[in-house]
Design a protein around this ligand. Structure first.
Ligand SMILES: Nc1ccn([C@@H]2O[C@H](COP(=O)(O)O)[C@@H](O)[C@H]2O)c(=O)n1
Ligand SMILES: C[C@@]1(CO)OP(=O)(O)OP(=O)(O)OC[C@H]1O
Length: 159
């Protein structure tokens, strides 16, 4: 049996915050604003896995009203979601994702993001794909007001 899920997230870019995407800290003069570390890609991936499991979304499992999640490393949230997935008898078939970001240039950081996501998902590197695109300076991402990410995941039943 297979299950498909999709996730999408957006965070605002502001000064005085670290920029953490895909579990990787990126040197930049703006960072993403959020209750957690605001890792927009990992949030989209959590939502995709939860969606495939029919388990709602990240806000249901980790409410931003709960101080326990303030400033939390989103890799911890992803690992928690992955434990839930494995506990339900599923593993990652493959995962594809896109970071929608005008600046900074993300390509040099993508291999490290893939490594960390694969580790947290308990999946082989070959099952994980991360892409980046600008929006040719159009829209809120193009103006550098925020970064968006989306993710699609296929889960396979463990036999
Ligand atoms: N923040 C970004 C956005 C894109 N890239 C890479 O640039 C290539 C071209 O992007 P388009 O917007 O023209 O689709 C693509 O290969 C992206 O991986 C990037 O490194 N950082
Ligand atoms: C992750 C959580 C919880 O700290 O906070 P944020 O970092 O604001 O992120 P968001 O994508 O709005 O998702 C859900 C939240 O509950």
């Amino acid at each position: 049996m297979m299950r498909i899920g999709h996730g999408y997230d957006v965070h605002q870019l502001v000064s005085d915050r670290d920029l953490i995407i895909g579990g990787v800290e990126i040197d930049y003069h703006y960072g993403l604003l959020g209750h957690s570390d605001a890792d927009v890609l990992l949030h989209a991936i959590c939502d995709a896995i939860l969606g495939a499991l029919g388990e709602g979304d990240i806000g249901k499992h980790f409410p931003d009203s709960d101080p326990a999640f303030k400033g939390i490393d989103s890799r911890k949230l992803l690992r928690h979601v992955v434990e839930k997935m494995l506990g339900s008898g599923f593993r990652i078939g493959n995962l594809d994702s896109t970071i929608i970001c005008q600046r900074p240039k993300l390509a040099p950081h993508i291999p490290q993001m893939v490594e960390r996501i694969a580790e947290d998902c308990q999946a082989e590197i070959g099952r994980i794909n991360v892409k980046a695109t600008t929006t040719e300076k159009l829209g809120f991402t193009g103006r550098g007001e925020g970064i968006a990410a989306d993710a699609v995941v296929l889960l396979e039943k463990i036999v």
